[in-house]
Write a protein that binds this ligand. Structure first.
Ligand code: PLP
Ligand code: COI
Length: 428
């Protein structure tokens, strides 16, 4: 399973110049658990076998450089390891489940480590002065890996997540993770946990969570000298209980998600800390999802707590144009598919008063995929999306159903991927 080597750098295409099929540079890797070499395995089950096997297979750089073609060919021809038999794939939901290991890189003395560490225990030993803990110097990403109809395992648009993490890092004065390092770490994390990628046909995926934070100590407010980049994975099913059924959203009117010129457009951890209270209040009131409006005008639709807002009307795909909305990879994907189908894509201000005019509204994001929102509660009034336009609030509208099928079809390798969005994790 490509256990002997993990690519540490992929020069072809350079930074942000990734393509779905890349020329590999294969380097040796070291395997560690909790900072210690895995000479005396401390963990049970299959992980021990995997990591011990890998540890003894560490090669010199010269040996590694001599074999990239052979490794790539072997990886391509060998069967992808099957899913675990110990998980009930039908009832995964969206929660953390333990896996074999996570992948870690550290930034010290002005450079990122190039050798990925595979850490078996799900803990980090962190300095008590780490800037992530005190000053929220932390950002993350979310993407998914899928088992495809023809037995491959692929990541969906990781190049986009690499770019977005670079933009989050720039805003937080965290050193950028080069796109090639980001991609190789994500691929390694999936490969090392491949039995947790749900079986094709179950509707599940392996959620991949890259995390980047200040791990060095500072007590005065300033950027850290040491940073940690890690990629953890966990198998997931539906984000909202009830699967693809439509949901009712509530507009959060007592709190704002993001200030103009703030950090709403980047995926920093603090945005989610700020959303926890409004999000929890919404859930307690019976609404699985909350919608934010612009902090300044209190009317223009921004986005949901963990996903973008999209409305469809006639032949037009509408999504709010706001500098404080997180640029969603899913939204970008759907907009492209809509354009491919001849629809017009409009990025513009959307007033809360017009949301009922849309024929269909959805929340879109990696975790929620496309979740139809058919009712929106605003200041005590229930706005029914598409009321008077023949839309049925109990069912997902036909065009979002179609877009959902298309995006899932591409992710599961059932239909063509003309834009090159799927990256095979064994393709080096
Ligand atoms: N908006 C917010 C605030 C999010 O947390 C997410 C999830 O990542 C999204 C939008 C959707 O982004 P993406 O489609 O890239 O997952
Ligand atoms: C995602 O969709 O990947 C997200 O990051 C949302 C998360 C808060 C669950």
């Amino acid at each position: 399973m490509g256990c002997a080597f993990v690519p540490a750098a992929v020069p072809a295409g350079g930074r942000h110049g990734l393509t779905a099929r890349q020329t590999p540079t294969v380097r040796p890797r070291q395997v560690w658990a909790g900072g210690q070499p895995l000479a005396a395995p401390a963990h049970g089950g299959r992980l021990q076998a995997t990591c011990r096997e890998a540890a003894v297979k560490v090669a010199t750089a010269d040996e590694a450089a001599a074999v990239p073609q052979a490794v790539a060919a072997a990886a391509a021809s060998s069967a992808v390891p099957p899913p675990s038999k110990d998980l009930d794939w039908a009832t995964l939901g969206f929660q953390f489940r333990p896996t074999n290991c996570y992948v870690r890189h550290t930034y010290r003395d002005g450079a990122w480590s190039t050798t990925p560490e595979l850490v078996a225990e799900p803990y980090i030993k962190l300095h008590i002065g780490a800037t992530a803990l005190h000053y929220g110097a932390s950002c993350f990403e979310g993407l998914k890996a899928f088992r495809t109809a023809d037995g491959r395992v692929s990541l969906f648009r990781p190049d986009e997540n690499a770019k977005r993490m670079a933009s989050s890092a720039a805003r937080l004065l965290i050193p950028e993770v080069p796109a090639d390092l980001f991609l190789s770490a994500c691929k390694a994390a999936v490969r090392e946990n491949v039995e947790f990628v749900p079986p094709y046909g179950t509707g599940g995926s392996l959620y991949v969570r890259p995390l980047l934070f200040g791990s060095g100590p500072k007590i005065g407010l300033s950027p850290a000298d040491e940073f940690t980049f890690l990629v953890l994975v966990t198998p997931v099913g539906d984000y909202y209980a009830g699967g693809p059924a439509p949901v009712t959203a509530i507009v959060t009117t007592d709190y704002d998600r993001a200030a103009p010129r703030g950090v709403g457009h980047v995926k920093c951890a603090g945005n989610y800390a700020a959303d926890l209270l409004p999000n929890t209040l919404a859930k307690r009131a019976g609404y699985p999802i909350n919608l934010y409006v612009d902090a300044a005008d209190q009317r223009s639709v921004e986005e949901f707590g963990t996903s973008n807002f999209v409305g469809l009307i006639g032949n037009t795909y509408v999504t709010p144009d706001s500098p404080s909305v997180l640029p969603s990879v899913t939204n970008k994907t759907l907009a492209t598919l809509a354009e491919d189908a001849g629809m017009v894509v409009e990025r513009r201000t959307v007033d809360i008063g017009e949301v009922g005019e849309f024929e269909e509204v959805a929340a879109c994001g990696t975790a929620v995929v496309i979740t139809a929102v058919t009712r929106i509660v605003y200041k005590g009034d229930v706005i029914t999306v598409g009321a008077g336009r023949g839309s049925d609030p109990e069912v997902v509208g036909p065009r979002f159903s179609d877009l959902y099928k298309q995006v899932r079809g591409i992710q599961y390798g059932e239909i063509a991927d003309p834009h090159g969005w799927c990256f095979d994790v064994y393709d080096e």
